[in-house]
Design a protein around this ligand. Structure first.
Ligand code: SF4
Length: 509
């Protein structure tokens, strides 16, 4: 055997670096379903099913191309249970002259593979626009990193939404201010595209149901794409039906509307079923053809070449220390309702409920509901990061950790984002209809019927007055706090204390 190539569950892309120059006669490919990756956090069963099914489909596709593929299923009696274990086992069995691997999406796994005793030829992950090294060069010498500047650089470098003279299309780099509308009653999001599980997926769903019965989340209604062709159908569905309104309503939330105008392609993209460059080009083409407005096209492209590449860059630049960040010194355990959805707070029930049903919530639900609550309640960063990593279909460490630890929890002390995304119930009321169906009153801040977000918001601001009030972007909220008389501030503090004590006692809010 000339070469053994290990392909990971989020590397299901034919153009992958490690899959170039393959000799069908002398090279062997290896894919393995292992317990360690499926259970180091209690991943949502649909996420495990997605990855195993997509891996099995990808292995079939490679075999059809005449390549020699070894596929280790989870229930294979010889399965060692870990990727380093499988790499060692197959290296001993096949005795290849070389072992090749594309860089991982998880620092923990990459370290384990680098130290497993098998010399590896590493390939950069060319699916990203900005390599680890290019990001490190960009970050060099900057005290604070800001996504906006990185994003502009990426727009220029990749020639996206630019005028011929290199200035941004529409005269501005960012149209986020146009993208914060609540959903009016008369606007109906498109019906979601359902992709029915085929025989391979059905077999995997049965395996996952049997092997992971204790993981939170439902397997019912699994409808995610597991092949590049299916992912393309989901992408075209969004491009034609969702993108035009994505901009306006990307921050909106609504009862029983889990997807709104969101694409749901992040899981497929993150495991390699879609090509980032083509997607961006098609979004720009839709704008140039007059099919979608600029705020939608720009907002979508910013998520992909801005945020997505930026958080990956930060992850590889700052790991492993980044994972230890805890700037607010939080230590509170994650409330049990994050795993069950059993809470009287309608907004949280909606976000967590759909997460358990679909392994999906959109970015504002993650940032301003489940994330905001964890920030205000002082949840230990590791506990909330592990939860996000476990429950979301698209969560891989490189993308989940900076988003949760940095953006949601501000636990990196402001390295990634310039201010904490904290908000009271008023924000949630403005952006959703959740408060109408809630047993709490968003207009009240203290007392049994008061919205818990309100007192917790003020408690958070008082609790972390130092250093937050020195942050120029927090000036207005601290001026609002200062305008309250002492008795009001004390009442909010006391009610906040009471809510936190209830969380500590394991009581439901
Ligand atoms: Fe959420 Fe408060 Fe509104 Fe209830 S009242 S839905 S807890 S923001």
């Amino acid at each position: 055997v000339r070469r053994l190539v290990l392909i990971l569950g989020d590397q299901l892309t034919p153009g992958l670096g490690a899959l170039q120059d393959i000799d069908p006669q002398r090279d062997h490919l290896l894919l393995a379903e292992v317990m360690e990756e499926a259970s180091h956090v209690p991943h949502h069963p649909q996420k495990i099913a997605l990855i195993f099914s997509a891996m099995r489909h990808f292995a079939e596709q490679l075999r059809e191309q005449g390549l020699q593929v070894h596929y280790v299923t989870l229930d294979d009696v010889d399965n060692s249970g870990s990727l380093p274990g499988e790499l060692l086992r197959w290296t001993q069995q096949l005795d290849p002259a070389e072992v090749h691997l594309t860089e991982c999406g998880d620092w923990r796994l990459e370290q384990a593979l680098r130290h497993c005793g098998v010399p590896i030829h590493w390939h950069a992950d060319s699916r990203f626009l900005c390599s680890r090294e290019a990001f490190a060069d960009w970050a060099q010498g900057r005290k604070q990193l800001r996504m906006e500047y990185f994003y502009r650089e990426m727009r220029r470098r990749n020639g996206l939404l630019l005028n011929p003279d290199g200035t941004p299309e529409g005269g501005a780099w960012n149209f986020d201010a146009d993208n914060r509308k609540a959903l009016p009653c008369e606007v109906q999001p498109p019906a979601p595209l359902r992709i029915e599980p085929d025989a391979i997926s059905r077999e995997v769903l049965a395996l996952v149901a049997q092997r992971f019965p204790d993981h939170y989340g439902s397997l019912e209604g699994f409808d995610y794409p597991v092949t590049a062709e299916q992912a393309e159908r989901l992408w075209q569905h969004f491009l034609v039906r969702g993108l035009a309104d994505f901009g306006d309503y990307q921050d909106a939330m609504a009862d029983d509307q889990p997807f709104l105008f969101h694409s749901r392609i992040s899981a497929a993209l993150n495991i390699g079923l879609l090509d980032l460059r083509r997607i961006c080009a098609e979004v720009e083409a839709a704008y140039r053809a007059g099919d979608v407005p600029l705020n939608a096209a720009e907002g979508f492209i910013r998520q992909l070449i801005g945020w997505r590449e930026y958080v990956r860059g930060i992850y590889w630049l700052r790991m492993p220390d980044y994972a230890e960040g805890n700037a607010f010194g939080n230590s509170r355990a994650l409330p049990a309702f994050y795993w069950t959805g059993e809470t009287r707070m309608n907004c949280m029930r909606q976000a967590i409920g759909q997460t358990l049903r679909h392994a999906y919530a959109h970015h504002i639900q993650r940032l301003m509901l489940t994330g905001n609550f964890a920030l205000l309640a002082g949840i230990a960063p590791k506990a909330i990061c592990d939860w996000y990593l476990a429950v979301y279909m698209d969560a891989f460490d490189w993308v989940e950790l900076p988003n949760t630890l940095g953006m949601v929890m501000h636990a990196d002390g402001g390295y990634l984002g310039s201010k904490p995304y904290c908000a009271s119930g008023q924000y949630i009321k403005r952006m959703s209809d959740h408060c109408q169906g809630c047993s709490y009153k968003v207009s009240e801040s203290t007392g049994e019927s008061a919205c818990p977000f309100n007192a917790l918001y003020w408690h958070f601001l008082m609790r972390h007055r130092e250093p937050l009030q020195r942050n120029p972007r927090m000036g207005m909220v601290y001026r609002n706090l200062a305008r309250m008389d002492d008795a009001r501030q004390q009442a909010l503090w006391d009610w906040g204390e009471r809510l936190l004590a209830r969380l500590d006692a394991g009581e439901m809010l």
